[in-house]
Design a protein around this ligand. Structure first.
Ligand code: MEZ
Length: 535
């Protein structure tokens, strides 16, 4: 399956394997990391960012592609919905059918609220489903939420909103119990205790996993729970604009049926944005590990309604996306592969970094090896470095790969690569938006009353870099809390008069600033057709 050039490099990897196993590279100093990031991390490429001209974050930078989305014409203005007709009415409207949206819907329903969940694809078509390696929680005797906080705060460059991170780590053990109670099958030792591993930047083994399909297992369970409750689910239906009321409170959304393009109006006393990430924006031309619908919709809707973004200029490039074969280019190779002992090796067979540095540092280090030092392995799509997977069974014994990372074994096996016997080729892939909408500890946006946000659409929980397994955690902690807060707030709220004036005003501001991108937003689906035409 590998080309002759790749096989020649693999021979060097094999020849050096015992030496590499015996002398693991040391961790970088803080200064070394800073220098590396500045030189090689995509977030530091000044030419890839634009200054926002309008909206709550005017004057701040955003990735070019996101700036274009945020400053495009509101799609709703060309569709003229009739707000006097109501197609759906609920106490709580949840926009998004991933892990955060489902957790929110469940807890909102627990408050007694009438809940409507709309999702532009199907429930579970979400980045939650694609998460592999696990979910963090400090629930072992040698660990504590305080240690978890320190790991995540440092890993995020001391930029996380402390009160959000505090909530994340202190509510983590309860999140694991809640998921277990709903039926998530976490990996356990014969005595029933949870099996936990390290991730990049963790000082304790606190990654709880369901083999390497942890997200799929969590999503399966949450989806069943939503479908088994009296929660109205409307799928293949996208939110294209928030509806506000005369007091500027979130009060529903204009929806579009993705098949018929019919425009529908949903009214609700409170709204939860749980629209997920933005990998399908392919920032800087990177491939992505994200699901098909990850196009930053929530950021666009919230921003136009007046909610502020936080850290919209920082993205996570997962260090190990598949670089070969082409059919799985950009697909996630879970960090758990490195947790289990595989090391990153260059074309010459040299181990060039400690395998469990944080993700931003690891990604930058791989990019340096390929672009700065010329020690990458060339492919039809670019370059990559080896992840020496046979090391896993040398360290942990035969059968470990099949038992702990069966999805990886299957994914590469389909293309004739047996990762028990040969290394796999990896390169960073766009994985996560560290930034998103700013919220308080009740998950509400300070600027738009009754608008709540949960999951990847939130900014500030992780700072400027997220550790592995803290995203599956945040969708549960903040998803549940958003549901509870929105459900309780709905009880004190009367529906007001619906308006889309904010979208009209936003367009006027764009025109006054002379901005015309020639596009409408939100984008809803990525553009892969040869005409380059948006959905
Ligand atoms: O938190 C994540 O992004 C995650 C668990 C990914 C992975 O490497 O498996």
């Amino acid at each position: 399956m590998y080309t002759p050039e790749m096989l020649e490099s693999i021979r060097k990897v094999e020849a050096n394997r015992q030496k590499n196993l015996a002398t693991e590279p040391r961790r970088m100093t803080a200064q070394e990391k800073e220098d590396l990031l500045a030189a090689f991390h995509p977030d530091y490429r000044k030419d890839q960012f634009a200054e926002l001209q309008v909206g709550p974050n005017a004057g701040e930078k955003a990735p070019l592609e996101l700036a274009e989305l945020l400053q495009s014409r509101p799609r709703v203005l060309d569709l003229m919905p009739d707000l006097s007709k109501t197609d759906f009415e609920a106490d709580v409207l949840v926009i998004g059918g991933g892990g955060a949206g489902c957790a929110a819907a469940i807890e909102a329903q627990n408050t007694g609220a009438k809940v409507l969940l709309v999702t532009k694809l199907r429930v579970g078509d979400a980045n939650t489903m694609m998460a592999e390696g696990g979910i963090q929680a400090a629930d072992k005797p040698n660990d504590s939420p305080a240690i978890h906080f320190l790991d995540a705060y440092g890993g995020g460059h001391f930029a996380a909103k402390k009160e959000l991170l505090y909530k994340l780590v202190t509510e983590a053990p309860e999140a694991i119990s809640w998921l277990s109670g709903l039926g998530v099958e976490f990996d356990k030792a014969p005595d029933g205790t949870m099996i936990t591993t390290h991730g990049g930047g963790t000082s304790r083994k606190r990654m709880h996993a369901a083999k390497d399909y942890s997200g799929a297992e969590i999503m399966r369970t949450l989806r069943d729970e939503v479908l088994n409750r009296p929660i109205q689910v409307v799928d293949f239906t996208a939110a294209i604009e928030l509806i506000l009321d005369e007091a500027g409170r979130a009060s529903g959304a204009v929806l579009m049926n993705m098949e018929t393009r019919e425009i529908l109006v949903a009214r609700a006393k409170t709204v939860i944005l749980a629209t997920g990430g933005a990998g399908r924006m392919h920032y800087q031309g990177f491939p992505t590990s994200n699901h098909y619908g990850a196009t930053a919709d929530g950021l666009v809707l919230g921003y136009r309604a007046g909610a502020k973004l936080l850290y919209q200029d920082t993205l996570q490039y997962h260090p190990t996306g598949a670089a070969y074969p082409q059919q799985i280019f950009g697909a996630l190779v879970t960090e758990k592969v490195r947790s289990l002992g595989a090391m990153l090796i260059n074309r010459e067979g040299e181990a060039f970094m400690h395998p469990l540095e944080t993700r931003d540092v690891s990604a930058a280090s791989i990019i340096r090896e390929c672009k700065g030092r010329g020690k990458g392995v060339t492919t039809a799509d670019g370059q990559g470095v080896w992840l020496d997977t046979p090391m896993i069974e040398i360290k942990n014994g035969p059968g470990t790969i099949e038992k702990r990372i069966p999805a990886m074994l299957r994914m590469f096996g389909k293309y004739g690569i047996d990762l028990r016997k040969e290394p796999i080729l990896v390169y960073p892939t766009l994985h996560y938006q560290n930034g998103g909408l700013d919220i308080g500890t009740d998950c509400q946006t300070p600027a738009v009353p009754n608008l709540y946000v949960a999951g990847e659409a939130v900014g500030g929980i992780h700072g400027r870099n997220r550790l592995m397994g803290n995203s599956l955690l945040d969708i549960i902690v903040f998803g549940r809390d958003a549901g509870r807060s929105a459900g309780n707030r709905a009880r004190e709220t009367e529906l007001g008069t619906p308006t889309l004036d904010h979208a009209r005003r936003y367009q006027e501001t764009l025109e006054a600033a002379g901005i015309d991108t020639g596009k409408v937003s939100p984008r809803l689906l990525p553009t892969y057709n040869s005409m380059g035409k948006d959905f």
